[in-house]
Design a binder for this molecule. Sequence first.
Ligand code: SF4
Length: 433
Amino acid sequence: MLDRPYEAYVYAYPHKTSYRPLEPKPLLSDVWRGEARDALSFYTHVPFCEVRCGFCNLFTRTGASASLTEAYLDALERQAIAARAALDESGTAPRFANAAIGGGTPTYLSPDELTRLFDIAEKVMGVGLGAIPLSVEASPATATPDRLAVLAERGTTRLSLGVQSFDDVEARSAVRPQKAADVFAALDAVRDAAIPVLNVDLIYGIDGQTRQSWQASLRTALRWTPEEIYLYPLYVRPLTGLGRLNLGHDAEWDAQRLDLYRSGRDLLLENGYEQVSMRMFRRLDAPAVEGGEDYACQTDGMIGLGCGARSYTASLHYSFDYAVSASEVRGIIDEYVATGDFSRAEVGYRLDADEQARRFLIQSLLQADGMERGDAAERFGAELELLSDRGFLASAPDGRLRLTDEGLAWSDSVGPMFFSEPVRAAMRAYELR
Ligand code: SF4
């Protein structure tokens, strides 16, 4: 515990590798009966990309044909009809507080396909696009003016661009071949589309990256004054392109990543950004997005559409099967598009009160704003004391518990401390494929 700074990126708890087939598979209408549905999140997963980046273990495939993307949208529509019917059967009409389309690369879809996807969200699910925050991910090669025009017209409030590096050599090292000139064109196009929030993702820890080249990438990003910048440490994970290279990274690499993180953080803080979490930085004068006030991600449920999307109720997280390798991902997508009956949850993890408390604590504590002392703080007193002893946690004058600067730097080690033993055991037993 707390042996090394880069244990795991805890973007959701429990991790999908702890999910197992649900037996018997519950009807969605039973899953959602009695659940709050007045501030739901809506998520759609598009599992297609033009290239597979060497560091990426997300659920996505390359080389999808137009007939496959069309079949995928057909399946999404069938799934949306089933999800909406289950919500209607099990309680009052749902209200969605925010929406996101991620991947993969949603803008792999053509403008017409994107229009169809938005129609499914709006007309089938009843998501009030245009009135709530809507975030869409894009890659530089696919952030074209015609697609961005559709996104802007349908109410996209945040466009997240996966740049990773402005340095052509670093981009090649991360096995993401792209030219800085193309990235510049994409950033100009996003600004021309007047989507209120531009987010730029950058990666540190790439082979050959130096403090100078990292800061140069950051300064280049600042030319577009993004409202948000995410700084991601590079991870080399099994079955990814970089994982297959067997780079043998070690403590020296950890030290390099910590150094790059600190220099990146400091540069952004000096340039008018505030730190929201280890990864997220927001421009201090970024506009507030209207309609995003009544959402509390720790407690509200989520409806996810698509074969890589999770859905959450308070006590069940569910999804479809998960894989990383190209052949397995293709198989799962093929199975998804051939599915006719989406009325049941397939694969998932049931959260009892202890797991719910762990999830709440992880999601709160890893934010720069920290958390109030309360039941969760009482329950995990020993772990919190350990963090204090290491200088990673402090009580703020307002009474909140907050990670210190160093604690935030070690977020990827702090989060996994709170995984339960059953979740750890399920993750260990999971055979990655
Ligand atoms: S990092 Fe993004 S663009 Fe690259 S393969 Fe993964 S999902 Fe696709």
